[in-house]
Design a protein around this ligand. Structure first.
Ligand code: C2E
Ligand code: MG
Ligand code: MG
Length: 729
């Protein structure tokens, strides 16, 4: 097929040729020039008939297609070329797709098209519609060139600008753009979008001990694990360092998000093999959900960061949802840091001791030393709250030393058969002065090493394996006993048990809790831990036993020791001495017959909606399945109401027990964990729903959203019940 066959005709219809033109339209040299261009691959030519079928294609182009195994004979333009959707919102393109242009007989201007093949071959085509003398459409004619190489180059440049070279995940820039787009779209369609911030725990240690290359390899493997879990549910980005972000469009189910975060944490916490070395890290996660926690990117990211920070402070390896109290928590943590310094300097801390009892004989074998802080303004602050802060700030070293000295001194006064167990944080364990501190304390108190037990958690295995091994060897050589605390949480690996010289395993209370309720495999896990411990010649302690049914169960499952409120809470040294003075080392179990869903005592103002009236009441405790409220008089049992827990959290409840001004409510749907030790509703009433009912969307107040008012419940309507004042007691 020669070019002139198709192009000669146009020479007839062309407008008069200007004298400047070197070649007149019919000059054969012009055809030669076009032939030369065609052969040079600078530009190819093509033509289609009125039906869009390809009737001409430059030979060079034909050869190219045949070389790729494409048979273009009898193909139409739209069969040979496709315009992927992404191309039409390409920043250069913005042209309609090819079929549209052809149908409308529009001209085609440098349109990138994908050539019908699996391979990534891209051409850029231009063309114009042709008409015969009678004005009838005869087809398109145009030019084409291969742009695959430029395109690939462009894609690489775009990729570099948008993706992280190390892990292949989106980079910060891309995540910001994606988030802004998604939030705008969600706002328009009033949908939700969740965002998760992850920060690896102890990544720095791996980097420092195994080297940067190992650190890089670790980040890649983390990225792969995240990707395997998230798949196409969302987009994952690496924001830099060991910080990751996940955007999850159309997600607001806190139950599902909590489960997902838990899975991510578990997967990231599994050991890694890096060039033959083993590394273990963890991760913490903060979750924020639009529109509840923010409607702009900045707000949402700020909320996610705060939630992440809270998760880290809560002991790492945990997730947290954003809540408006986190802003005040962040403040409180800074306060802890300052006040703890004072407390350490002024003897503001106190040690208490909780017995560990032999399940067969009910005799106390040892006491665990638990630190207590009576804060001048806040009262008793839980160690679960201030130990993580002390670990973060390094104050744990001073605090830990004080604990060791005090506990040794107190224990030296107990009968000789009793052991004191001291909690030693991973940071203390990594401190090479620990053996000296311990032997000094034993020397000055006169406590022999066999009466001192150290409780370590699995986090001691993170960090330099050589130093860890040395420390274990030194402590054993000193004659101390070692217990593995909180087993089953965090980084549990049976490998630790085989290789580290533990005398005791403490089964975390989370397995005891609920073991009697069914619907979980806690009992099976306890059995497994017990038989493993037996095989390794270790004793087992079930932590946190509160009720008789729990005690019976853990006894039956073979735990050799029990620590829990059923025997005694932690008591100050005076009280311990008083008990021991009688020479009586037996403890009688006493507690509720059955474990109840744990209820948190509190004094929190919440709303109750009944019919079209909203009341202010005080919530005194809250569990997954119910709550106790005070402040309404004589509400009959069986009354249906809605509890407004604030921030759009509405819970349908029925009154199950009623005394004068107090009611026990049962919830229609269970609450879920908020990641901390709090509870929340799985879904919330969207601020959009509130906005629709007249609430301003941009100015969502913290705390109560006034859901009831916004939904048309009138606070000034006639109340059905009498509301009374309640005070904290
Ligand atoms: P842990 O070492 O697992 O200590 C057991 C915790 O369970 C203690 O909480 C104890 O009061 C609580 N507990 C015991 N029996 C029951 C029960 O039947 N029911 C319930 N609900 N709880 C029970 P505590 O004293 O608040 O300490 C919390 C954590 O703080 C400890 O967990 C330990 O990890 C840390 N900690 C406490 N004292 C020290 C210390 O001196 N040094 C260090 N590094 N950490 C400490
Ligand atoms: Mg402990
Ligand atoms: Mg424990």
């Amino acid at each position: 097929m020669g070019l002139n066959k198709f192009f000669s005709r146009s020479t007839v219809t062309e407008e008069p040729v200007s004298p400047i033109d070197a070649y007149s339209a019919s000059d054969p040299r012009r055809i030669k020039l076009l032939d030369a261009i065609e052969e040079s691959d600078l530009s190819w030519f093509w033509a289609s008939d009125a039906n869009g079928k390809i009737v001409y294609l430059s030979r060079a182009a034909q050869e190219k297609l045949t070389g790729e195994g494409i048979d273009f004979h009898d193909l139409s333009l739209v069969e040979l070329f496709s315009t992927p959707i992404s191309e039409s919102d390409d920043e250069h393109g913005r042209q309609r797709p090819l079929p549209f242009l052809l149908r409308a007989r529009n001209s085609i201007n440098s349109l990138p098209v994908k050539v019908a093949t699996k391979k990534d071959i891209w051409w850029e085509i231009s063309g114009r519609p042709q008409f015969c003398e009678k004005g009838e459409f005869t087809g398109f004619r145009g030019s084409a060139k291969d742009i695959s190489a430029q395109r690939q180059g462009q894609i690489d440049v775009n990729r570099m600008a948008q993706y992280d070279a190390l892990t292949g995940l989106a980079n910060r820039h891309r995540m910001e753009t994606r988030m802004a787009k998604l939030l705008t779209a969600s706002k328009a369609s009033q949908r939700s979008c969740a965002m998760m911030m992850l920060d690896l725990d102890r990544f720095k240690q791996v980097n420092d001990t195994l080297g940067h290359q190992a650190g890089d390899e670790l980040l890649k493997q983390v990225a792969q694990r995240l990707d395997r879990i998230i798949g196409d549910k969302g987009e994952i980005g690496r924001l830099g360092g060991d910080e990751f972000q996940i955007i999850l469009p159309d997600m607001d189910d806190r139950g599902a998000l909590g489960d997902l975060a838990q899975t991510l944490i578990q997967m990231v916490s599994q050991p890694y093999s890096i060039n033959g070395a083993r590394a273990i890290i963890g991760t913490s996660a903060g979750i924020a959900i639009a529109p509840f926690d923010g409607i702009e990117t900045d707000e949402l990211v700020g909320a996610g960061d705060l939630a992440l920070y809270a998760a880290k402070a809560g002991g790492r390896g945990q997730y947290r949802f954003y809540s408006s109290d986190l802003s005040s928590d962040a403040h409180w943590r800074r306060q802890i840091e300052e006040d703890l310094r004072d407390a350490l300097a002024t003897d503001g801390l106190e040690m208490q001791y909780q017995p560990l009892v032999d399940t067969k004989t009910n005799r106390v074998k040892s006491f665990e030393a638990l630190v207590r802080w009576n804060h001048p303004e806040r009262g008793w602050v839980s160690p679960a709250e201030f130990i993580p802060v002390a670990e973060e700030t390094g104050q744990i070293l001073d605090l830990g030393e004080w604990v060791i000295r005090t506990a040794c001194r107190d224990a030296a006064q107990w009968p000789e058969e009793l052991v004191v167990a001291i909690n030693v944080s991973a940071i203390q364990f990594a401190n090479e002065n620990l053996p000296t501190i311990l032997s000094d304390a034993m020397m000055s108190s006169g406590l022999p090493p066999e009466r001192l037990e150290l409780e370590l958690t699995e986090s001691v295995f993170i960090g330099d394996p050589h130093a860890t091994h040395e420390m274990f060897a030194t402590l054993k050589k000193m004659g101390l006993r070692l217990a593995l605390d909180d087993f089953g949480t965090g980084y549990s690996s049976l490998g630790y048990l085989r290789n580290a010289p533990f005398d005791k395993i403490k089964i975390d209370q989370s397995f005891v809790r609920g073991a009697c309720e069914g619907g979980n495999n806690n009992a099976a896990i306890i059995t497994a831990i017990v038989s493993l411990a037996e095989a390794l010649d270790m004793v087992t302690v079930a932590e946190g036993v509160e009720a008789h049914d729990e005690l019976d169960l853990v006894r039956e499952l073979g735990a050799t020791h029990v620590q829990g409120w059923i025997y005694s809470k932690a008591l100050p040294q005076d009280a311990v001495m008083e008990k021991l003075a009688s020479g009586e080392l037996e403890y009688e179990p006493s507690g509720p017959a059955k474990a109840r869903a744990s209820r948190k005592a509190m004094f929190r103002k919440v709303g109750v909606i009944h019919e079209d009236h909203r009341y202010e009441v005080v919530m005194r405790n809250l569990s997954r399945t119910g709550a106790r409220i005070e402040g309404l008089l004589n509400v009959p049992e069986g009354t249906d109401m809605v509890l407004d827990l604030g921030n759009g959290q509405l819970v349908v409840a029925v009154v199950r027990r009623a005394e004068e001004a107090a009611q026990g409510l049962e919830f229609e749907t269970k609450l879920i964990s908020d990641g901390a030790d709090g509870l929340c509703t799985r879904h919330r009433v969207s601020p959009y729903a509130l906005a629709a009912a007249g609430m301003p969307l941009a100015a969502l107040p913290a705390g109560s959203y006034g859901v009831a008012e916004a939904m048309g419940v009138n606070p000034r309507s006639r109340p059905h019940f009498l509301q009374i004042e309640t005070s904290p007691a």
